[in-house]
Design a protein around this ligand. Structure first.
Ligand SMILES: [Zn+2]
Length: 173
């Protein structure tokens, strides 16, 4: 069993290499897909508003809505096979993950108190079918309802084709 100081160093190292891989672009793919789809759908949005709790990934000022694109591992997607826990220092990681989940919940509560609508898109859903994941999030946020016309000239199938060609993804149907 490592000391908490060592375990903390492990945690920081893991986070850092995760962030680096995001910066290198490999893992930003899901977020890029979401942005690309929203853009194709004609939505206007801003990115990473640092002045808002939790720095939401995507902000729709016109709808007073924020969207978080959450990685299943760090943000602990419930019952998701990607939300694994390292066997080494298990207790420590469980505690750290719990902190993250709590922080996410607090940020979302704070945003709601400020009058924002909050929706989350999980990475595994994006990987399975990005267009469906985005559409579901917009429905969750109330931005798409039975009354609103589908906000693009493109059909869902055409959007899928665009994403498939641009990002070279094949998702399960
Ligand atoms: Zn997941």
């Amino acid at each position: 069993m490592k000391s908490d100081v060592d375990a903390n160093a492990d945690w920081r190292k893991a986070k850092r290499s995760w962030n680096m891989s995001r910066i290198r672009g490999k893992d930003t793919k899901p977020e890029l897909m979401v942005r690309s789809i929203l853009h194709r759908m004609g939505y206007r949005f801003r990115l990473n508003r640092k002045d808002l709790p939790g720095k939401p990934d995507i902000v729709f000022p016109a709808y007073k809505t924020v969207l978080f694109v959450h990685g299943c591992y760090w943000h602990r997607h419930k019952s998701c096979k990607n939300a694994t826990t390292p066997a080494n220092n298990r207790e420590f990681w469980i505690r750290k993950f719990a902190d993250t989940v709590q922080r996410d919940m607090r940020n979302q509560q704070d945003l709601r108190k400020m009058g924002w609508i909050v929706a989350v898109i999980w990475e595994c859903h994006i990987r399975r079918d990005p267009v469906l994941a985005v559409t579901n999030a917009l429905i969750d946020a109330g931005m798409l309802t039975d009354d609103t016309p589908y906000p693009t000239e493109l059909s869902i199938e055409q959007l899928r084709t665009v994403v498939r060609e641009r990002f070279n993804v094949g998702w399960k149907r």
